[in-house]
Write a protein that binds this ligand. Structure first.
Ligand code: ASP
Ligand code: MG
Length: 458
């Protein structure tokens, strides 16, 4: 059995569904299809949740947006008018269910975690239903299969849950026992007490990987609108090329460091059984389907060692200064505990005798700054932040045990007069990163690409 996932970028226009149908028909049954919400819908739902306590009309607006988008697709593919009516009726029923939660937020004036996660799951619930109706109408033997139905249990964390495989793998596997096409709404699982828990933004990839692990799938096929993993962002390096094979580790590091192709945690579930992840492009040749990147546990060293260079601007540095912060016990514990309570995720920590630097997501930077200004940490005299910076990572098997990589990297940037503010090497086996001012980011990436792949360009 294979698990196939279609993302929001595959669900932009009504016409996109014909491509999906063509792809789905190319697979054998039984098949599990996981879908994201229609393109942009999760963002729209988030902004409604943020406004609904003061703006009652936003409930109505969201209802209309969701109904219009899904009905437009259904009307393109359902032919019989009674089928259309039945589908519209069911769609309206589900949107009405979602509305109850939004009314709750409006009246109580805030969105408790479980309500927020539930409302956001409707993007996927509606897209899965829509695809189900269409496939059914086309005579494909299919069934909607929600995380509730299959018992996809989580660790109970709202907003960023993980699947509890010990508790649910076997029940999920036995759920998919018929020779059918199953259509699963991605993005969420269910806590032991029956609450909806999201897997984080882009979490449908993780849903699909988790189900692939439970059923020990032959492969996980992710359909996207990009040309696989590339050696760099083609907007910066136009002649960047496709990477055909990668290890989970390499792909996870690239995803963590900004390549927004796959959810960074989607690789974890695949590792134990070495389930290959195939990345396909929905805009490619659908008569001759081939994966653009195949990701598995097998790491291959290339002659360049470095395979790809990625970046993220979603990064900031928070510095705690004070004489001896590097040798006083307990400072990190105090600070990280306080950050945990505020839901601030620490991406990396670097310490010296007089400074502790935290790398944080830009969204968390000011929150953390304020928190620490008010939290009188013993030994810390000054809190400072740096923003408008970018993190650039190079990734490749063999990075750590090949001499000369660091020299090449710093040659490439110093040749352009670019200064690396923070550097981390040797922590990950397959990735190194450094930080530069954002306005030097593109120049640095171009120069690195040239330096490492010079021969390939000749
Ligand atoms: N719809 C969700 C999001 O936009 C999950 C996903 O697309 O994978 O984050
Ligand atoms: Mg997505």
């Amino acid at each position: 059995m294979k698990v196939v996932k279609f993302g929001g970028s595959n669900l932009k226009k009504s016409e996109d569904i014909s491509k999906l149908v063509k792809v789905i028909k190319s697979y054998n049954k039984p098949l599990i299809i996981v879908v994201s919400a229609l393109y942009g819908m999760t963002d729209t739902i988030i902004s409604t949740i943020e406004n609904v306590h003061r703006d009652f009309n936003s409930i109505d607006q969201l209802q209309q947006t969701l109904l219009t988008a899904h009905k437009a697709i259904l009307s393109c593919y359902l032919i019989e008018s009674n089928e259309i009516q039945k589908a519209f009726f069911e769609l309206e029923k589900r949107v009405e269910e979602m509305k109850r939660f939004l009314l709750g937020i409006h009246y109580i004036g805030e969105a408790p975690d479980f309500v927020r996660d539930t409302v956001l799951s409707y993007g996927e619930r509606l897209s899965a239903f829509t695809l189900y109706e269409i496939l059914n109408q086309l005579g494909i033997d299919c069934k909607e299969a929600t995380p509730e139905d299959m018992g996809l249990l989580t660790d109970g964390e709202f907003g960023n849950a993980s699947v509890d495989f010990d508790k649910c793998s076997s029940q999920v596997a036995s759920f998919f026992s018929d020779d059918l096409v199953y259509i699963v709404p991605g993005f969420y699982g269910i806590s032991e007490t029956g609450k909806v828990n999201l897997f984080g933004r882009g979490g449908s990839d993780y849903s699909a990987a988790a189900i692939a692990r439970c059923v020990k799938a032959q492969s996980l096929d992710l359909w996207k609108d990009v040309k696989g993993f590339l050696s760099a962002d083609p907007k910066i390096v136009p002649n960047a090329w496709n990477i055909k094979r990668m290890s989970y580790l390499e792909a996870a590091e690239l995803s963590y460091f900004g390549a927004e192709i796959i959810h960074p945690r989607a690789f974890e579930p695949l590792k134990p059984d070495n389930i290959p992840l195939n990345l396909f492009n929905i805009d490619g040749d659908l008569d001759d389907i081939k994966p653009l990147t195949v990701i598995s546990s097998t790491g291959v060293k290339t002659s360049f060692i470095v395979k790809s260079c990625s970046y993220t601007d979603d990064i900031g540095i928070l510095k705690l200064k004070g004489p001896g912060v590097g040798v006083k016990p307990g400072i990190l514990a105090d600070v990280t505990n306080a950050m945990k309570l505020e839901g601030i995720n620490i991406k990396s920590v670097l310490t010296s005798q007089t400074i502790i630097s935290f790398l944080l997501s830009s969204n968390d930077l000011y929150k953390a700054y304020q928190l620490l200004q008010n939290l009188d940490v013993h030994g810390v005299n000054e809190v400072e932040i740096q923003d408008k910076i970018s993190l650039i990572a190079i990734v490749g098997e063999g990075l750590n045990d090949t001499h000369g990589i660091a020299a090449k990297l710093f040659n490439a940037i110093s040749r352009k007069g670019i200064n690396a503010k923070v550097v981390s090497m040797g922590i990950s086996d397959v990735a190194s990163y450094f930080i530069v001012d954002s306005d030097q980011r593109n120049e640095a990436i171009k120069s690195i690409h040239e330096e490492f792949f010079y021969e390939k360009h000749r």
